[in-house]
Design a protein around this ligand. Structure first.
Ligand code: NAD
Length: 341
């Protein structure tokens, strides 16, 4: 059993914790929580061991009557891998501590590229992460783009990508972010950083991205235009996309679904935990193949899409499973690809 701790128990941290609890080769030793709030109370109820970042925070937990098992330092002494799911930039501050203690670290996409030895996407470069001391699981939008690009690249070959990203303004729990009534060009000066982030995994790829932020919390939507390395048929493209459980094809003619709201409602009705959709959602009827060009709409559930990649990253750094075995195990245990209707 690989022993893992999670530092930062927010949107990503709590989902990675739930995913680890479903694995038989990875054990969750504990989570680090900054504040004694409802999330901490729920973690206790779940039987998770809570650690505080430092002695002062531990005192705040004690005054609130929530038991803690020690500090982050104590947790680090008991684990092989720490999954850092703290807010963007905070992981870099913890890096010297992780290195000093000698635990392997999985960082998230909010960190700068150089925080880790390798940026990671399971379908693209699992093997590059094998045995590493540190890995950065790329952001939600980058994970969505890479799932699509590598699936088509492995099956047919990809030359270049142009993508427009319509980003959600905030996660559902966030009360202080916007916009509320605007479409913000983010950034105005093109390209957006997402293409560069894709290149941290696929440095050879010709990719340019643009992004706008819109007042929604449910999902991001991408309009992607891919130039293949040869002409292909729509059947070939569909076959490639159907070959992985990490992509769901939404058939609008059959389901009536033509929005992110309906995707999430379907996940709720299907009883998905937290109404999560960790798969990349590709709108089947949008797929247009014109010679060597593919155009399509896809949607990314930002809160959950990186969770399978975090589980694979743990197996990769510990070198306990091959790419195929890890992906299969993660997909099966997390129920990826289970029909929503
Ligand atoms: P979040 O704010 O929901 O959770 C972060 C947690 O870390 C919070 O519980 C916070 O209290 C805790 N924290 C803050 N400072 C800390 C500290 N010094 N020590 C320990 N814990 C601390 O953030 P999130 O959305 O889960 O994002 C975490 C990382 O994942 C970021 O790098 C982000 O860019 C990335 N990410 C987020 C999303 C998303 O859409 N939410 C998607 C993919 C990747």
């Amino acid at each position: 059993m690989v022993r893992v701790g999670i530092n930062g128990y927010g949107t990503i941290g709590k989902r990675v914790a739930d995913a680890i609890l479903k694995q038989d080769d990875i054990e969750l030793v504990g989570i680090v929580k900054t504040k004694p709030d409802y999330v901490a109370l729920q973690a206790v109820k779940k039987g998770l061991k809570i650690y505080a970042p430092d002695a002062d925070s531990a005192k705040a937990f004690a005054s609130a009557g929530i038991p803690v098992s020690g500090t982050l330092q104590d947790l680090l002494g008991q684990v092989d891998v720490i999954v850092d799911a703290t807010p963007g930039g905070v992981g870099a501050k913890y890096k010297p501590l992780y290195e000093e203690v000698g635990v392997k670290a999985i960082y998230q996409g909010g960190e700068k590229t150089h925080v880790a030895e390798v940026s990671f996407s399971s379908l693209c470069n699992y093997d590059e992460a094998v045995g590493r001391r540190s890995v950065r699981v790329v952001s939600c939008n980058t994970t969505g783009l890479l799932r699509l690009i590598c699936t088509l690249h492995n099956a047919i070959g990809v030359k270049s990508v142009r993508a427009t990203i319509v980003r959600r303004a905030a996660d559902p729990k966030e009360i202080k972010r916007g916009p509320v009534n605007s479409i913000n060009l983010d950034p105005v000066k093109l390209p957006s950083h997402h293409g560069e982030d894709v290149k941290t995994v696929l440095p050879w790829l010709d990719i340019i991205t643009a992004a706008v932020v819109v007042p929604t919390t449910l999902m991001h939507v991408h309009l992607v235009n891919i130039k293949l390395s040869r002409q292909a048929s729509i059947e070939e493209v569909l076959q490639a996309l159907q070959s992985t459980r990490r992509i769901i094809l939404v058939d609008t003619k059959r389901t009536g679904i033509k929005s992110t709201a309906e995707v999430i409602e379907a996940a709720r009705d299907a009883g998905r935990p937290r109404s999560d959709v960790p798969e990349l959602v590709v709108f089947k009827d949008s797929i247009t193949v014109n010679g060597d060009e593919v155009i399509l709409f896809q949607a990314v559930h930002q809160e959950s899409i990186v969770v399978p990649e975090n589980i694979d990253a743990i197996r990769a750094v510990m070198n306990i499973a091959s790419r195929e075995d890890s992906i299969r195990k993660t997909d099966e245990t997390l129920g990826l690809g289970k029909p929503l209707w």
